[in-house]
Design a binder for this molecule. Structure first.
Ligand code: IMP
Length: 200
């Protein structure tokens, strides 16, 4: 059984205001007062682990320790079967210092050239850490295929080359609400809410 979240306040271990707003919206129905690592001026730890869960835990534990409050962190990315799960935890880093995802998508396509297997998945790991050291982790996924060339301008990151299973358009062509309902992030949050926030 996962530990139920009964505190008043939660730190979102992210310096990305968009992410913090999205998570705050999701947790509003549970009456949780959300603050961000940025608001508290917490340092951003280096992501040194080699799994999504490892990096999410590292960020959540660092924020819980520094703030004395429970903290929630996420780590996400694209894992391509034919590339043995790459770019994986390096998804953001493949876009370089300018965060140019056209470069990252081209790299995926170049490395996949000739591969018959186009399968890939987006992964989102969530880690919830309490100041006493207790942690809970969840991993959400959405399976699909890599398409080329990139299509659509609604999403971000690798959305223009990802077609989810059972769909005919990329995540970047979809209305955001539709993507958000089926995404890896939605999957991970459903698991988190069911395990730690909903009353049994
Ligand atoms: P982070 O978890 O914020 O570090 O994000 C990791 C990287 O994974 C992002 O910069 C994106 O490149 C990629 N990524 C994560 N989720 C998505 C998504 O929903 N669509 C497209 N790319 C994503």
């Amino acid at each position: 059984m996962a530990r139920h979240f009964d505190e008043q306040k939660l730190v979102i271990a992210s310096h990305n205001p968009g992410k913090v707003r999205e998570i705050a919206d999701l947790l509003r129905p549970f009456g949780v007062d959300v603050v961000s690592a940025g608001d508290l001026d917490l340092p951003e730890p280096e992501e040194t682990e080699d799994t999504f869960i490892g990096n999410a835990l590292l960020k959540a534990n660092a924020a819980a320790k520094a703030s004395g409050l429970p903290a929630l962190a996420d780590d996400s990315g694209l894992a391509v079967d034919a590339l043995d799960g790459a770019p994986g935890i390096f998804s953001a880093r493949w876009a370089g210092p300018e965060k140019d995802f056209m470069i990252a998508m081209k790299l995926v396509e170049e490395l996949m050239r000739g591969a018959e297997d186009r399968a890939a998945k987006f992964v989102c790991a969530l880690a919830l850490a309490w100041p006493d050291g207790h942690t809970e982790v969840f991993e959400g996924t959405v399976a699909g295929d890599i398409t080329w060339p990139p299509v659509g301008d609604k999403g971000f990151g690798y959305d223009p080359i990802f077609i989810a299973e059972g769909e005919t358009i990329t995540f970047a062509e979809m209305e955001p609400e539709r993507k958000h309902a089926m995404s890896h992030r939605a999957d991970a949050f459903r698991q988190l809410v069911a395990a730690c926030f909903q009353s049994s």
